[in-house]
Design a protein around this ligand. Sequence first.
Ligand code: SF4
Ligand code: SF4
Length: 52
Amino acid sequence: MRITEECISCGTCVDSCPVDAIVESGEIYAIIDECTECQTCVDTCPVNAISD
Ligand code: SF4
Ligand code: SF4
């Protein structure tokens, strides 16, 4: 999974991740290698910035 440049850095997705794989990364957020591709975070993003 990855977070695109559409991210507005709202932080909403962070708490949805069961393995803490979403982190702040400069001006936007990023998904790190610990991601298990569970897809849980996808629907939490208000601007659909999380994609496969
Ligand atoms: S797909 Fe699942 S494991 Fe990966 S960042 Fe989203 S919530 Fe976390
Ligand atoms: S919910 Fe979407 S806009 Fe908000 S920090 Fe996560 S990826 Fe960025």
